[in-house]
Ligand binder design. Structure first.
Ligand code: 13P
Length: 252
């Protein structure tokens, strides 16, 4: 059985005090569940806080970005090894906000994916189309291109230690969730692309959905056959919501 993952992406939210409350509530509400993993991807300055708070808990943690370089004169950047120093297990790579607002190209995202694995992190590779791309009927072309950049540079075998997150840009932070059928169709497409290179690996690959997932809609998404969990933005900042989404992942 594929393992399920519910990942919180805190984006640029939080404070020491707010994080403390959220982490305490998550620790109280989330318990180890067979086949489901939980993780929170937090802003860099809070990694030490999260590492201390979650030690021994059944919740992993990670970051939202990393440099494609291992070290050097790259002012303002953070390496994968630095993230490992703070116990990170996961790191988001190629989130649409990084692609759209910070000019991250497919090539750079592929470099970051490689750097993450080189440091022993599990990259959560984010792919997804804009509304304009969906309306123009090029969703599969866009997602296929984003995926190919990583497959070409790292090889299909690298996906053994990775998670793919399908996040349609039009569903992020808009309250407009993709329907389970819309999401399932793209997840099946992604699994098919990987499967043409390695069917066994594709069958075991975790592909999670992101974009306005809430406690109220998580279960109908997670029951789809190719949806293996979620990447959660806004609802990850509200303990009861995140716990409800995690519970939904455990029920299907
Ligand atoms: P929302 O859940 O707020 O739509 O954000 C999704 C997202 O971008 C997670 O990475």
């Amino acid at each position: 059985m594929r393992s399920r993952l519910v990942a919180g992406n805190w984006k640029m939210h939080g404070s020491l005090a707010a994080n403390r409350r959220l982490l305490e509530a998550l620790k109280a509400g989330l318990h180890a569940s067979a086949g489901v993993q939980y993780t929170v991807c937090v802003p860099y300055p809070y990694l030490a806080q999260v590492e201390a708070a979650l030690a021994g808990a059944s919740i992993a943690w990670g970051a939202q970005n990393l440099s494609e370089h291992a070290q050097g004169a790259y002012t303002g950047e953070v390496s994968g090894a630095m993230l490992r120093d703070f116990g990170c297990r996961h790191v988001l790579v190629g989130h649409s906000e990084r692609r759209a607002l910070y000019g991250e190209t497919d090539k750079r995202v592929a470099g970051k994916f490689q750097a993450a694995q080189g440091a022993g992190l599990i990259p959560i590779l984010c792919v997804g189309e804009t509304l304009q791309e969906r309306d123009s009927g090029v969703t599969e072309i866009v997602v296929g291109r984003q995926l190919a950049a990583v497959l070409d540079s790292s090889g299909v075998g690298a996906l053994v230690n990775a998670v793919i997150a399908y996040e349609p840009v039009w569903a992020i932070g808009t309250g407009r969730t993709a329907t389970p059928q819309q999401a399932q169709a793209v997840h099946a497409f992604i699994r098919g692309v990987v499967g043409r290179q390695d069917a066994k690996l594709a069958a075991g690959l975790s592909i999670v959905y992101g974009g306005s997932v809430k406690g109220a809609n998580a279960k109908e998404l997670f029951t789809m056959s190719d949806i293996d969990g979620g990447l959660i933005g806004g609802a990850a900042l509200v303990a009861e919501e995140f716990i409800a989404i995690c519970a939904a992942a455990g029920q299907v």
